[in-house]
Design a protein around this ligand. Sequence first.
Ligand code: FE2
Length: 433
Amino acid sequence: MSVDLLLRNATLPDGRTGIDIACEGGKIVGVERGIEAEAGQVIDADGRLVAPPFVDVHFHMDATLSLGLPRMNQSGTLLEGIALWGELKPLLTHEAVIERALRYCDLAVSQGLLAIRSHVDICDDRLLAVEALLDVREKVKDYIDLQLVAFPQDGYFRSPNAAANLERALDMGIDVVGGIPHFERTMADGAASLKILCEIAAARGLLVDIHCDETDDPLSRHIEALSYETQRLGLQGRVAGSHLTSMHSMDNYYVSKLIPLMVEAGVHAIANPLINITLQGRHDTYPKRRGQTRVPELRAAGVNVAFGHDCVMDPWYSLGSGDMLEVAHMALHVGQMTSRAAMTWCFEAVTTNPARIMGLEGYGLEPGCNADFVVLQAADPIEAIRLKAARLFVIRRGQVIAEGVPRVSALNLPGRPGLVDPAAYAPKAGGVS
Ligand code: FE2
């Protein structure tokens, strides 16, 4: 057999070790031990973790890298962020949005992040950001799967032209229907917006992704309405509720009814831990709410849960680096998901789970899948999250598109090792004596 690329001695996320991965014509053609093949390129993974690419299923690429434009968010709240974005929107130019988005995509590739779902604000009547991100989707298609959501940031009803603009954006080729019911003027308007938005998606055969209940109000219950519309219209598996932070504050009895409704509707849940641990609970003194939706409970009930980055250096969040392991790291801590199984699952929440939500075809590490994967400086998914491990190789369709150097430090301490590799510090088998 002759192949384009042969990756030797990988550890896979499911725990298999010593695995070779053969790639030909942009596809994976073999995943097993001891593959005998002539290869155009051979990479020795040296027992390290090889995973399918990271997936960020909740992002705002029209706002990314705009931190400080036109000013900083002083209160740190969601509402000041929305107001600040409103100040920036009239100042946006097509070229500047594209330039920032492409720079972010460079960063994403270096982090092994090769699929992104980005919301795009459609409340600017120029639809400038829509046009710009459609251009970006085309420009990056060879290395990033970019899926775009028509997002009425200022409210489907509350913003005068949002309804018309949303239809225009979908006509232009935006992939997914978005919404923000908790920002409408009343709960009733929020529920009404969900009815219309889901009907639009059903009529057009599109997916739905709603900014849903991103509030500390325990009575914000749009996820109930979203689940209802999903099952009513037969949209099971095609609808995601993003944020869902009010679930953190809801009455437990009510949640015991709500989660089964979400399961029945096949609604996906997307938590955005970095942004919501900073935005939520701002009106609390102490105890102060954490503001992450009920991830362990949703997972236990069988809801497909993913973690999104949401923002990087924009009006809502000053930090971030396109690192989905940082996202998983925060979610794990906030959700107190510290069992070995739960920590391993957190890795799935930034890889396979969001890939399901986006409907990515050919995603995975099986023969027949796209030859897309990342070699990490870690032995397993838990170590990858713990270290926010360096990306040593990022491979797309069988080609190396980014290459990193291992993170090591030289020690200058007499009698101690000369080099420290953080991935070499796992406790020895057998535990502490
Ligand atoms: Fe968002």
